[in-house]
Design a protein around this ligand. Structure first.
Ligand SMILES: Nc1ncnc2c1ncn2[C@@H]1O[C@H](COP(=O)(O)OP(=O)(O)OP(=O)(O)O)[C@@H](O)[C@H]1O
Length: 684
C-alpha cells in the first residue's frame, strides 16, 4: 500500500486500527493452525481410487494451509466500508482484505474483496453511493505495518480526487522485486472485467500499462472464489510469453490467497521440447492456419479403397463381404469420426455385415462373436490395407520429406514456393529418427488430435500477450480448453511475432471462442503521459487502427532523449544508470539482444553490479539494476528505464518497430533514450 501522510487528529483511531489488525492477524494464525492440526481422513485399502482420494485430501489440506499463511509483506486488509445503518446484518463497518478472516465464532473480521458486499469499495461514487457513507483506504509500509489511512466521505455533491491521489501513490511506490497485486486500487473499468462471469470468455485489448496482466490475475482469483468447485475439476492455467515474465508475476496470486494455479509458458503447455530449428519462412508457414487443412488431407490420404472383398470362415461356413460393400462402409466412416476410432469402427461394421449373414442363415451370434470377427485375420488384413495404423510423426515425416505428397496435400492452400520452403533440406531416414522444431511439435499435436481426440479440458485459461500467438498455437490451446472459458489479454500494437494473428476476431476464431466479449482498456496507469505520447508516435505505422492511449499521470521530466556519438555512447549509458540508481526503485537498461551483454560488461566494469535478465529467472527479485534484452522486455516494468540505441532494436527483427514500442513503454517514472545513430523517423 502507499505510504499515506498521517492525519494527526486520527492518531487514536489509527491506534485502534492497529489493535484491530493485530487481532485479525491472530485470528488468521488460529485459522491456519486449525487447518494444519486437522487430521486428513485416510481411507483404508490400496486400490487406485482409494490412493487417489487420499492423495487429493492431503493435497487439499496442503493448499488450504498455504492459502491461510499470513504473508509477511502483504497487509491483511486495505480498506474499510462504512455502510448506512441496517444495510448489513449486525455490521455497519467492514474491513476489506485479500481473504476472509473470522474470529472463531463466525463473526467476520475481514471480508474477502471478492465478496459481493465488497463491490462498493471499487464502484461507489457520490452520485451512486450504494448505501455507503464512508470509504477508508489504508496505507502500509513495505513490511505491512499500518502507517495511516484516508477517509473519503460519500455524502455530499462534489467528488474529490482522493481516490486518484491514492491510486497515483500506489502506482509510483518504488518497485522492488516481482509484480504486486492491485487489489486496493482496482479501477471500475478493470473491476468490470475482473468480475465478469466465467462464461462467455473475455478478450481484452489494452494499450501498454492499462492493467491487462493485473486484470487477468485478479480475474483468476475472483473466478476461483465464485466458481471454485467447477474450476477445480479442470484447473486454471495462466500462459505467459516467457519464464522471466512468469517469474515477475508469480507472487500476485499467492498474495491473494490463491496458491493452486499453474503459470507456464506457451511452449511448456503445448509443445514437446524442440530438437531442431526452422528457418524463418518455414516457421512462419508451419504456424499458419492453412497447415490444419493440409495435415487433415495428409492424414486421411492414408485411407485406401478396398481392392477386394473379405472372406470370413467359421467351421464349414464361409461369409463374404464384397469389395463394393466394404467401399461403402469405408466411405461412410471417412472423416465422420477421428482416425483411430474410425479404424475400430470399420472393424466393427465389417463384423456386423458378417453377423447379418449369420443371422440370415439361422444362427444367433452375440456380441462376443461380433468382437471375434472384428479381431479376425481377414478383417485385420483389411484394416492394414485400407485404414492403416498411423502415428503423427509418420504422417508429418512423410509430408515434410516427400515433395509430391506435400504438393498433393497442399492443394491450393500453399504455392509451389511455399511448399519448397516447407520441405526439409535433408530429411531424416525414418520418422523415428526425425528431429522436430517447435513449430513441428504443434503440427504433431494437431495430428494427434485428428487421430485421437485429446480429452483434456481446462476449466479456465488465461492467455497473456495473446497478440503474439500463432494460429496453430491457438488451435492447440483451444483443444486443451474445449469446454472451459478463456481470458485473452493483449495489445495488437505489441505483436512482435511474424505469425501474429492480426485481429482479435481471428485470435478468437482459432481459439474457438467466437462468442467471447471483446473489451478495451485505454487508461494507461504505468506509463506517464509524456512517455506514452512519445511511444505512440509509432502507432500510425505499427497499428493504424488502434486509438491513441492516454496516460493517467504526468511527471515532470519523465522523458529525456540524449543524442551521443560512438565515443560517448557507453559512457552516457553508464552515467544514466548511475543517475537512475540515485532515485528509489528498479532500473532497467534495455538494448537489442546482440548489444546487451557488451553493455552489461561495461556496467560491471564501471562497478555498478547489474544483473542480466534471463540468466536465472529471478534477477528482478534481488538486483535493482537489470540489463534487459529487448526481446525479454514484454510485460515487464521498471521505475526507471534507459533504452540504448532504438535503431538497433528496430533493425534486429522484422517487427522491430513493434518491439521498440514495447521497450519504450516499460517505464513507470522516467525514460531516457540514448542514441548514437538517428532515431527511427517517426520518433524524430
Ligand atoms: N488499478 C490499478 N492500481 C494500481 N496499479 C495499477 C492499476 N492498474 C494497473 N496498475 C499498475 O500498472 C502497471 C501495468 O499493469 P499491467 O502490467 O497489468 O499492464 P498491461 O496492460 O499488462 O501492460 P503491458 O501491455 O505493457 O504488458 C502495473 O504496475 C500495475 O500494477
Amino acid at each position: 500500500m502507499a505510504e499515506t501522510t498521517l492525519n494527526p487528529a486520527s492518531t487514536a483511531e489509527l491506534e485502534a486500527e492497529r489493535v484491530f489488525l493485530a487481532e485479525a492477524k491472530a485470528a488468521l494464525a488460529r485459522m491456519h493452525q486449525e487447518v494444519e492440526e486437522r487430521d486428513v481422513p485416510l481411507i483404508g485399502g490400496e486400490d487406485n481410487d482409494e490412493r487417489f482420494t487420499n492423495e487429493a485430501n492431503e493435497r487439499a489440506k496442503k493448499m488450504r494451509t498455504q492459502a491461510l499463511l499470513d504473508l509477511p509483506d502483504v497487509p491483511l486488509f486495505f480498506g474499510l466500508l462504512d455502510y448506512e445503518v441496517g444495510t448489513i446484518e449486525d455490521l455497519d463497518q467492514i474491513h476489506i482484505g485479500r481473504r476472509h478472516v473470522h474470529d472463531g465464532s463466525g463473526v467476520p473480521l475481514v471480508i474477502d474483496w471478492r465478496a459481493p458486499v465488497s463491490v462498493p469499495f471499487y464502484r461507489a461514487t457520490r452520485s451512486d453511493r450504494q448505501r455507503l457513507v464512508l470509504r477508508r483506504r489504508y496505507g502500509f509500509s513495505d513490511h505491512a505495518e499500518l502507517t495511516g489511512f484516508e477517509d473519503e466521505s460519500l455524502i455530499g455533491a462534489v467528488e474529490t480526487d482522493q481516490a486518484d491521489a491514492f491510486l497515483r501513490a500506489e502506482i509510483e511506490r518504488p518497485r522492488t522485486g516481482p509484480m504486486r497485486d492491485i487489489v486496493a486500487t482496482i479501477q471500475p473499468e478493470q473491476d468490470d472485467l475482473v468480475r465478469a462471469a466465467l462464461h462467455p470468455s473475455v478478450c481484452v485489448q489494452g494499450a501498454p500499462g492499462t492493467g491487462k496482466t493485473a486484470v487477468g490475475l485478479h480475474r483468476v482469483a475472483y473466478l476461483l472464489y465464485t466458481e471454485r468447485e467447477r474450476l477445480s475439476r479442470g484447473g486454471v492455467v495462466i500462459v505467459g510469453p516467457n519464464r522471466s515474465f512468469l517469474s515477475y508475476i508469480r507472487k500476485v496470486l499467492p498474495a491473494l490467497g490463491e496458491v493452486d494455479v499453474r503459470q507456464i509458458t506457451i511452449d511448456e503447455l503445448i509443445s514437446q521440447p524442440a530438437t531442431a530449428v526452422d528457418d524463418a519462412e518455414a516457421a512462419r508457414l508451419k504456424s499458419d492456419a492453412r497447415m490444419a487443412l493440409v495435415l487433415r488431407r495428409a492424414l486421411w490420404s492414408h485411407i485406401g479403397v478396398p481392392a477386394e472383398g473379405i472372406l470370413y470362415s467359421k467351421g464349414s461356413q464361409r461369409y463374404r463381404v464384397h469389395d463394393y460393400e466394404l467401399a461403402e462402409i469405408v466411405s461412410a466412416l471417412r472423416e465422420s469420426t477421428r482416425y483411430a476410432p474410425g479404424r475400430d469402427a470399420l472393424a466393427q461394421r465389417v463384423a456386423h455385415a458378417v453377423l447379418v449373414q449369420m443371422e440370415r442363415r439361422g444362427e444367433s451370434p452375440d456380441d462376443r462373436v461380433q468382437n471375434a470377427v472384428a479381431r479376425s485375420k481377414p478383417v485385420k488384413a483389411l484394416l492394414d490395407a485400407v485404414w492403416p495404423k498411423v502415428v503423427p510423426e509418420q504422417v508429418l515425416h512423410r509430408l515434410l520429406s516427400d515433395a509430391d505428397f506435400l504438393s498433393q496435400c497442399a492443394g491450393e492452400e500453399f504455392t509451389a514456393a511455399e511448399c519448397a520452403a516447407l520441405l526439409w533440406q535433408k530429411p531424416a531416414r525414418s520418422w523415428k529418427s526425425a528431429k522436430w522444431s517447435a513449430a513441428d511439435t504443434l503440427l504433431l499435436d494437431e495430428l494427434n488430435d485428428l487421430i485421437e481426440r485429446d480429452s483434456g479440458s481446462l476449466g479456465h485459461l488465461v492467455l497473456d500477450e495473446a497478440q503474439d500467438l500463432s494460429a496453430m498455437q491457438l488451435r492447440a490451446l483451444s483443444r486443451r480448453c474445449r469446454t472451459g472459458s478463456a481470458t485473452v489479454l493483449g495489445d495488437l500494437a505489441q505483436a512482435t511475432t511474424p505469425w501474429a494473428a492480426g485481429s482479435w476476431a481471428q485470435v478468437l476464431a482459432h481459439l474457438e471462442k467466437p462468442d467471447a466479449v471483446i473489451a478495451e482498456l485505454d487508461r494507461g496507469f504505468r506509463v506517464p503521459e509524456q512517455i506514452i505520447d512519445f511511444a505512440a508516435k509509432l502507432l500510425p505505422q505499427i497499428a493504424p487502427t488502434l486509438g491513441t492511449p492516454t496516460g493517467v499521470r504526468t511527471i515532470a521530466d519523465a522523458l529525456t532523449v540524449i543524442a551521443t556519438d560512438d565515443q560517448t555512447f557507453t559512457e552516457t549509458l553508464i552515467t544514466s544508470c548511475r543517475a537512475a540508481l540515485t532515485t528509489e526503485g528498479s532500473v532497467a537498461l534495455i538494448a537489442a539482444d546482440d548489444r546487451v551483454t557488451t553493455l552489461y560488461d561495461a556496467l560491471l566494469a564501471a562497478g555498478l553490479k547489474p544483473a542480466l535478465l534471463g540468466a536465472t529467472e529471478d534477477e528482478m527479485d534481488t538486483t535493482r539494476l537489470v540489463c534487459v534484452p529487448a526481446t525479454l522486455a514484454k510485460g515487464l516494468e521498471f521505475d526507471s528505464v534507459i533504452v540504448a540505441e532504438p535503431s538497433e532494436i528496430v533493425a534486429a527483427e522484422p517487427r522491430g518497430l513493434q518491439r521498440l514500442y514495447v521497450v519504450l513503454t516499460r517505464a513507470v517514472s522516467s525514460l531516457r533514450v540514448v542514441h548514437a545513430t538517428p532515431l527511427p523517423e517517426s520518433l524524430g
